[in-house]
Design a protein around this ligand. Structure first.
Ligand SMILES: [Zn+2]
Length: 476
């Protein structure tokens, strides 16, 4: 019965990239548009984003930030102001050269990120320490002209939030940078059930124009890493480029210390690749647009539809509930909602109604159980909780299994070949070793984790004195 339907999705182990494409399109998360590398986010995909966004927005506001909106266009001269920043972004910006028929006197960039727009604005509104801190956030779309693209993971245009803050001191900016990284980690682990490694990027991998970049890194089902969000301590580089100064408590002119941090629709790609299986998506209950789908069985029989609609009404006050009373076969419905990753399915037919019971089926394990109508809310709530926790636990185990330690370069190469995943190894701090590792293995440094371990005294690449333990992996 279900065979034919499932065949529409390529097996994960057969071709992971094709599996991913099948899932994002067949679960109706996205559609392709006529512009290469741009995606249409369909209602189911957008509902997922809205649930993630709402949770994150709540935490951004709880930590004292205000939402603002900056323009879409940046004049070329403004982007040029911070040298490292323009060098980092120049290869992937989209230019606007004409307004209607008229050639513009100055080209405009479609924002790839908004540091310079915030910089210009902050210069105008910050004058004294009394104006600090400034804690702004914006929800927006940005454009980066990527060469190779994949839905959610890398697209020409994507949705995100970008926080931009100004502080009196370096310490306060540092505190903010790490605080927001913790917020991101919490969203990933508690809502998306994605375990993350928190750490600092190397100089080579940091954000263009930043003093330090912090990151949360997660591991996908295929053993590749995904940078899941970043938070940057910008120092006073942008402040100096834009002249953002304030009169400090002693009456002296100082440059502000800034941060910026971003979280994007990319995380939906991570959710798909961490939890999905051969039947399709698996969506963690806390962000699932529909947590429970009711499928009436033998719905043409008297009382079944009334019963299931009453049930929907009863449960809707507690959960995000759907019902499919269409004339499609139950087997089709089972497969469809499994593919969409809906955490729980509720089945009810004439015999269940007679016996005051329903059947609940978990998406993550496929486990089926008959439960009493009495106390159904409690049963469902605890099942959803258990699914949420199990997904995080399973992802943690997967990551542990796919994390190895290497103390020399030969070991590094063998491990990467034998078992795709994270490799923990010591590093001397020299970029030439980082370059060599990338060149010979195509693994990149993901981060220097906050939780450092002394695995050996020598750099895995050159054998000189090691300075940091680094997570390495092939990455998306
Ligand atoms: Zn080295």
């Amino acid at each position: 019965m279900s065979k034919k339907f499932v065949e529409r999705i390529t097996g994960m182990d057969e071709d992971f990239a094709q599996w991913y494409t099948d899932v994002v399109t067949k679960a109706e998360l996205v559609d392709y548009s006529s512009v290469r590398g741009s995606m249409i986010i369909r209602p189911y995909g957008y509902a997922l984003w809205e649930n993630i966004r709402n949770e994150l927005d709540r935490r951004i506001k709880e930590t004292g930030h205000e939402n603002v909106y900056m323009p879409l266009f940046i004049p070329e001269s403004l982007l040029q102001k911070e040298k490292d920043h323009i060098e980092g972004f120049a290869p992937e910006v989209a230019w606007v050269t004409h307004g209607g028929d008229e050639k513009l006197a100055e080209r405009l960039v479609v924002r790839p990120t908004s540091e310079v727009l915030f910089g210009e604005h902050y210069k105008n509104i910050i004058h004294s320490y009394r104006d600090l801190p400034k804690l702004y956030n914006q929800w927006a779309n940005v454009v980066r002209w990527e060469k190779t693209t994949r839905p959610f993971l890398r697209t020409l245009e994507f949705l995100w939030q970008e926080g931009h803050t100004c502080h009196e001191t370096d310490e306060l900016a540092q505190e903010e940078t790490v605080k927001m990284l913790e917020v991101y980690a919490e969203i990933c682990e508690q809502f998306l059930a994605i375990p993350v490694v928190k750490g600092q990027k190397t100089e080579k991998e940091k954000f263009a124009g930043a003093k330090h970049t912090y990151t949360i890194e997660s591991l996908m089902h295929d053993g590749k890493a995904l940078q899941s969000a970043t938070s940057h301590h910008l120092g006073d580089g942008f402040a100096k480029a834009f002249g953002i100064q304030f009169l400090d408590r002693e009456g002296k002119q100082q440059y502000v210390q800034q941060t910026s941090w971003g979280f994007t629709t990319r995380i939906i790609g991570a959710m798909i690749m961490v939890h999905g299986d051969d039947r399709g998506l698996v969506v963690p209950p806390r962000i699932a647009p529909t947590q429970l789908m009711i499928v009436p069985i033998a719905q043409h029989k008297e009382g079944v539809l009334d019963f299931t609609y009453d049930l929907k009404e009863r449960l809707a006050g507690h959960f995000r509930v759907g019902i499919d009373a269409s004339d499609k076969k139950p087997g089709w419905k089972f497969n469809e909602y499994e593919m969409k990753g809906i955490p729980l399915r509720l089945e009810a037919g004439p015999r269940d109604i007679e016996q005051n019971q329903v059947v609940l089926v978990r998406r993550d394990t496929g486990e089926k159980q008959t439960v009493a109508l009495e106390g159904l809310e409690e049963t469902i709530a605890s099942l959803l909780e258990d699914i949420q926790n199990s997904l995080l636990e399973k992802a943690r185990q997967h990551r542990e299994e796919k994390t190895s330690v290497a103390v020399n370069f030969d070991e590094f190469k063998t491990q990467l070949e034998e078992k795709a995943g994270f490799i923990k190894a010591m590093w001397c701090g020299d970029q030439s070793c980082e370059d060599k590792i990338k060149e010979e293995t195509s693994a990149t440094s993901r981060c220097m984790p906050f939780e450092q371990e002394q695995l050996s005294d020598e750099c895995v690449c050159c054998g000189t004195k090691a300075k940091h333990m680094v997570y390495w992996a092939k990455a998306y």
